[in-house]
Design a protein around this ligand. Structure first.
Ligand code: NAD
Length: 592
């Protein structure tokens, strides 16, 4: 869980003062000019302005410096009654750090330390020097400073998160709840059922000790959230990520619940993960961690209770380790405990690319509906992992032109088209798609805003937000990733006429073939790749058309339509199983 530190009023005062100092406030300028050391000027002015002894002011300053330097994120709370946490963008946070370094006469800041008369220039130069090209030119730095000053002037307080929730802001669980609320309202859902559906059924948190390669012991936190099993055993991937939070896993488990429901699978929704950085761990350490997770969760998962699968930074090999560990515990080869396994230990043919194949099938249906010719249609793909690469490859195979792809390090752009297979080989050799021969550099943010027909976000949550939604130019957004679009952004995209194939439908190919894998494991009889593909195509195409007709019937976008369908099915199953014990308003649920 995140631990957060809120700045005291004094510390906030200090920040505001720093901002004032650079804002050329006349009342401060007079004082500052008379001092030689900026640090001393600041502390003294602070002490005078707030009636605090100078020694205390120094302490406040040092404490603030420590907190800001140790922190990854700062939130600025807007004045009541807005009561909303505003995230301070990375640039502003960096700017704040530069301000503090500047006042501390940090040796790193020497080039800027002597300019008291040209304060803004000095700061801009220092910022640029510190943050390289990311800091932009002097103009950009001055703009950041100006914005920071404005933000701080209107802030009631500043809150510092000491652990970096980089990819979970805005909170995906809040987004998941908002999406549920919209569907509940349209469905006139019974409030009791709505209450149940707002919360996960079960949550497990485990701490897993791992002996690292250097002999030290590290303890990693793992989660498994079983959100709802009204329709069947819970199902959902395991994510390894350094910034993973329980709220993120909970949101993902809720989305799994709606995803299995919208595609008509007899499964519930769950999700799991470990807060770790797999890129910094050896294979031995990862195996030990994965087996530790399997042992810790063995009592709670199983072929008939909850079946994990791969997700971000987890692989078929890891699924084999989990299956092996679980089998050792139960005493028989329990292939069905996880899906996404290698084919020689119970994996399904076609599982590896299934999510992306599903994305491709839904894009084909969307293009038919919108009258877009896919031959030569331009595609940008954010994230070049399992989902991103296969989506690029399969869309290329049906005639689309892949003009940009990216990974966590940045992107490659070529308006004449990229060869997905060659880009993958390049990424495997160099560790990134960046600088792929013949391509230009594009950031992850720029990629989303490219002129293209189809945009496939296939990385993580919160990529299309209210900050960039009005700059999206794609005609179709096919959500390979889970939760890439925030609810606010959804509204903007709808107004702009962008056709969004929502995550719970677009990327459901993964769980559909995972379900086929479970079925094959239980029968101990395996299908050909063609059979898997045909069944996947039928299932996801039917789901797409169900959602499309629901969207026409209720005059809502595809996401709301998918939620209406899914929530109605889950609620219907709850009602069928528990009857009047959970609701008195049967009539609100229409059988589908
Ligand atoms: P993966 O680990 O194979 O790939 C993730 C990719 O995203 C990598 O290329 C990584 O470099 C890139 N990435 C990470 N942070 C990024 C950032 N900030 N900006 C741009 N790129 C970034 O994971 P995956 O299995 O392909 O999953 C991707 C998304 O698809 C996730 O949202 C996942 O939940 C969703 N999803 C996966 C499956 C599946 O079957 N694997 C199924 C449904 C949904």
């Amino acid at each position: 869980m995140l631990s957060s530190v809120e700045l005291s009023a004094r510390e906030l005062g200090m920040l505001k003062l720093m901002a004032d100092f650079f804002a050329d406030k006349p009342e401060l300028t007079a004082k500052i000019e008379s001092y030689t050391a900026a640090h001393y000027a600041l502390v003294t002015t602070y002490s005078e302005n707030f009636g605090i002894p100078a020694e205390d002011a120094i302490k406040v300053f040092e404490e603030l410096q420590k907190k800001v330097n140790d922190s990854e994120y700062i939130y600025v709370k807007a004045p009541a009654p807005l009561r909303k946490l505003l995230q301070l963008p990375r640039e502003e946070l960096d700017m704040l750090r530069v301000l503090i370094d500047y006042f501390c006469e940090n040796p790193k800041m020497a080039p800027a330390g002597s300019f008291l008369s040209k304060r803004t220039d000095a700061l801009a130069e220092a910022y640029h020097w510190f943050h390289g090209s990311n800091g932009g030119n002097g103009e950009v730095s001055r703009e950041i400073l100006k914005n920071l000053i404005e933000t701080l002037q209107t802030a009631v307080y500043v809150k510092i998160e000491t652990l970096a929730p980089l990819l979970v802001t805005p909170n995906p669980y809040e987004a998941a709840l908002k999406q549920l609320d919209i569907a509940a309202e349209k469905l006139n859902l019974d409030p009791g059922i709505h209450e149940i559906l707002k919360r996960p059924m079960r949550v497990f948190i485990v701490n897993i000790p791992v002996v690292m390669d250097d002999g030290s012991i590290r303890v990693f936190t793992g989660y498994r959230v079983q959100y709802n099993d009204a329709l069947g055993p819970t199902k959902g991937g395991i994510r390894y990520h350094p910034e993973l939070t329980l709220d993120e896993v909970t949101a993902l488990s809720a989305w799994m619940t709606w995803k299995t429901a919208v595609t008509g699978l007899p499964l519930g929704g769950g999700k799991g993960g470990i807060r770790c950085n797999p890129k910094e761990m050896s294979k031995t350490e990862l195996e030990s961690l994965t087996r530790g997770y399997a042992r810790a969760m063995a009592r709670f998962i199983g072929p008939f209770t909850d079946v994990p699968a791969p997700d971000v930074y987890t692989t078929p090999e890891m699924m084999a380790w989990i299956m092996d560990e679980y089998s050792e515990i139960v005493g028989y080869p329990a292939f069905g405990v996880v899906t996404g396994k290698p084919i020689n230990v119970g994996g399904s043919r076609g599982r590896n690319e299934a999510t992306s194949r599903g994305v491709m099938y839904t894009v084909v249906e969307a293009a038919k509906h919108l009258g877009i010719n896919l031959k030569g249609a331009t595609v940008a793909v954010q994230g070049y992992g399992n989902v991103g690469y296969h989506a690029a490859h399969l869309l290329h195979e049906i005639g689309c032109k892949i003009i940009a792809v990216s990974d966590s390090k940045g992107g490659a752009f070529n308006p004449k088209g990229l060869d997905p297979q060659k880009v993958l080989e390049y990424k495997n050799n160099t560790g990134s798609v960046v600088d792929y021969p013949g391509s230009g550099l594009v950031t992850n943010e720029q990629l989303l805003e490219l002129e293209c027909d189809i945009l496939v976000p296939a990385a993580l949550e919160n990529q299309i937000t209210k900050a960039n939604a009005d700059k999206i130019k794609a005609k179709i957004v096919a959500e390979g990733a889970n939760g890439p679009t925030t609810p606010e952004a959804d509204e903007t995209l709808l107004k702009k006429g962008v056709f969004v194939i929502p995550d719970i439908l677009a990327n459901s190919g993964g769980v559909i073939v995972s379900y086929f894998e479970q079925v094959q494991n239980q029968m101990n009889y395996y299908w050909s790749e063609e059979e898997v593909r045909d069944k996947l195509k039928d299932t996801i195409t039917n789901a797409f058309n169900d959602v499309l007709s629901m969207s026409k019937q209720h005059n809502v976008n595809m996401r709301v339509a998918a939620y209406i369908l899914a929530v109605n099915r889950v609620a219907g199953a709850m009602l069928a199983r528990k009857g009047k014990a959970i609701t008195t308003l049967e009539s609100t649920i229409t059988p589908t």
